[in-house]
Design a protein around this ligand. Sequence first.
Ligand code: PBG
Length: 342
Amino acid sequence: MDFHGSAPRASIGAFPQTRMRRNRRHQWLRRLVAENRLGVEDLIWPIFVVEGEGKRQPVASMPGVDRLSVDLLADAVGEAGDLGIPAVAVFPYMAQKLKTPDAREALNPDNLVCRAVHAIKESQPGVGVICDAALDPYNSDGHDGLVRDGDVLNDETIEALQRQAVVQAEAGCDVIAPSDMMDGRVGAIRKALDEAGFEHVAILSYAAKFASAFYGPFRDAVGSKPALKGDKKTYQMNPANGDEALREAALDIAEGADMVIVKPGLPYLDIIHRVKTAFGVPTFAYSVSGEYAMLKAAAEVGRLDYEASLMEILMSFKRAGANGVLTYAALDAARLLKDAES
Ligand code: PBG
């Protein structure tokens, strides 16, 4: 039975005829009446890449998460693929000297992300590869767009994103994920991809991306924190707004987004539910770096059971209506799901 937003259809009798606990009495029965399921096919694993060889650099604020050099990606993504994880999302840690005000390294067909995509597609062609379209790893201002006189420019940024998307598609990327929140970028990227012959490359739009404190550890992981001047509130959404998230999603879908992301995840379950209910498009939660760090920190000091809390959080996204979740704990979750099967 689907309770999403609608009133229960069965009439509800009163105690003692009705005892809700009856359906909870046995494990087999709890399994039988479960309304939602979490499977390994629901997981997208975000990974961080770094220049060099044989490099595995722990991200201090995200225990258990490493930046990997390109040569180590085949094995890491191979493990994910073997576990049944459908896709990975690739994020670059860029050397400071490659960050410029025009973010030109984003457009270099031989940049770190493109080489990473190439390596993954070569060794693991069956695993989907998702790349962010946004300039922040490459921009000496740390912003997702180009900056002039303190303003994050919209239309000029879109031109750069179009080229960035095409360069990533040329490298073999399957899905472009615009995470920049510029207006009109989804339509522009769709047009650029189509004109370059990449009409089969999908767009997974960060449709509702909030200006969140929970991105802190990610900015550590990609090294954009020291660069960032100010905050991202002129393009990322105000956490107070829900109706606006629906307008954002509607626009992105109209412009050609194949799938949408709500980000962060846990503090925005209501948004996931509303977007999925309103549009019925494939909708993903991004359980961001701060959510991961928060759970890890609590588990490390013995305040929470990591595994049980993780699985409960992931299930909450499914219950809210998400088709899947981007999570740094994807490998942990996949292993737990596998153990539960055997
Ligand atoms: C940047 C980008 C961010 C994340 C994904 N892409 C950070 C930001 O907007 O500052 C956040 C991911 C996370 O916190 O896990 N375009």
